[in-house]
Write a protein that binds this ligand. Structure first.
Ligand code: 2M8
Length: 435
């Protein structure tokens, strides 16, 4: 990419992030998503750290201040002034105990420790002066403990209780389990989202009835995790991100021990051991040899979900980690799948669902379009493996960001923007890729 183009694009990305910054956190998009979202903030901080590390730290601190008593970090932290602009809103979750702020009872992929480590590394002096790692470390430990302890499934991997928790809401990975959920909810369903994105680009009414029903059932059980609500899935993206986050937390712990001579109770080895356990369980339970990637597992039935999605490629992030690494041969197979006809070999950009899957739809949200966060995750993985050719190929999506006005996602063949525009993580991760 030409230097002037890079600088202009980085400036444009930074402007999106400035516009979406509320003073405490960054909304994913001003119209469609007017509150704070959990993994969006983690991605946003990764981009913001380059231009404004103090704000990147504030982004993560504000999210972690909404952590529940039981350790969970909520999917959404609501802005009460915008209560009706997104559904379900704060009223839906009101009355559930344990949340210090109005928030959803669900969670999202645990990228935060990794983000915190990257944010610290961008400005170690400012971070140390603010005591950033000291502030976030205990909260991140409790967050991971919540997932390991309260969300433990039969395979020794954490389960998600709702498709929203995967971050990939209508991925085909959840279709069969979702079919078992009655498509009826007591709460009237409102769809303010459809004022900001086309109906063909958002989950449909059938999905929403089940999303509400599940969320209602979980809420009515007090968001207790020992109550079966009819949906408990193990997601390869969620689990591998947790393993990467544990490795990052190990680095945070080692840094804290070094600066204060062990005064902070931190346990670098424990985090690496937790990551190793996750990787071993992922390798034993989620690998699909026919598809050549990792799949989801239905914790209720014990059945694997043999669908090829980008979620199943994300464990490639663990292939180059010094310890623990994936089982022998897996990295090569994942790269072959990534470059094969279902993904990069079949079209220009990285689709969220394999082009060979019967549900593939280039316009429909997580069932085909190319997302900037998935491309960023895979780019990190192939770069770490020394596959700079593939990293350059994945970088091609970044060139779409400015002309398409930082879209939520793009058509994986034409690159045409889809969903909402001026979307924060598309801007943040483009900024990260451009600098
Ligand atoms: C989408 O999810 C929300 C529910 O959390 C929705 O569809 O309304 C997903 O793309 C999710 O990954 C993302 O965090 C969220 C906000 O950008 O939007």
């Amino acid at each position: 990419m030409h230097k002037d183009f890079r600088e202009d694009a980085a400036d444009a990305a930074a402007r999106v992030l400035d516009t979406n910054w509320t003073g405490r956190y960054t909304v994913p998009a001003t119209g469609l998503y007017p509150h704070q979202w959990s993994w969006d903030s983690a991605f946003v901080a990764i981009g913001t750290r380059h231009r404004n590390p103090r704000r990147a730290r504030a982004e993560l601190v504000s999210l972690l201040e909404a952590q529940w008593d039981d350790g969970r970090v909520p999917q959404i932290v609501y802005d009460l002034d915008r209560g009706d602009d997104y559904a379900p809103g704060p009223d839906f979750w009101a009355g559930v105990r344990g949340a210090p702020r109005p928030a959803s009872g669900l969670v999202q992929p645990p990228l935060h420790a990794w983000s915190a480590w990257l944010v610290h590394c961008a400005d170690p002096a400012g971070s140390t002066a603010e005591g950033f790692l000291h502030r976030v470390y205990p909260r991140l430990v409790r967050w991971h403990a919540y997932l390991h302890d309260r969300r433990a499934g039969a395979a020794g991997l954490p389960v998600i209780k709702h498709p929203w928790e995967s971050g990939t809401d209508n991925s085909p990975l959840w279709d069969v389990a979702l079919e078992r959920v009655p498509p009826r909810a007591r709460t009237p369903i409102r769809r303010p989202d459809l004022q900001h994105a086309g109906t063909g680009e958002r989950p449909g009414a059938r999905d929403y009835r089940r999303y509400y029903r599940l969320a209602e059932t979980y809420r009515d059980a007090g968001c207790a995790d020992d109550v079966a609500i009819g949906f408990a899935m193990v997601c390869p993206l969620f689990c591998s991100v947790l393993a990467v986050a544990e490795l990052a937390l190990g680095r945070v712990a080692a840094t804290l021990s070094a600066v204060d001579g062990g005064a902070t109770e931190s346990d670098p080895g424990g985090h690496v051991a937790a990551a190793a356990r996750l990787v071993a369980a992922l390798d034993s339970h989620l690998w699909d040899d026919e598809l050549g990637l990792y799949v989801a597992l239905d914790d209720t039935t014990g059945e694997p979900v043999g669908r090829a999605t980008v979620n199943g490629l994300v464990p490639l992030l663990l292939a180059a980690a010094p310890t623990p690494a994936l089982a022998p041969g897996r990295a090569e197979r994942l790269v072959a799948t990534l470059t094969g006809p279902g993904f990069l070999g079949g079209g220009r950009y990285l689709p969220s669902t394999s082009r060979l899957d019967p549900a593939f739809d280039p316009a429909l949200y997580w069932r085909g379009p190319a997302w900037f966060n998935m491309t960023w995750l895979l780019r990190r993985a192939v770069w770490a493996l020394g596959r700079h050719d593939l990293a350059a190929r994945l970088d091609e999506q970044t060139t779409l960001a400015v002309p398409e006005r930082f879209p939520e996602y793009v058509d994986p063949d034409t690159g045409a923007g889809r969903g909402t525009r001026q979307f924060s993580w598309s801007a943040a991760l483009s900024l990260d890729a451009l600098l």
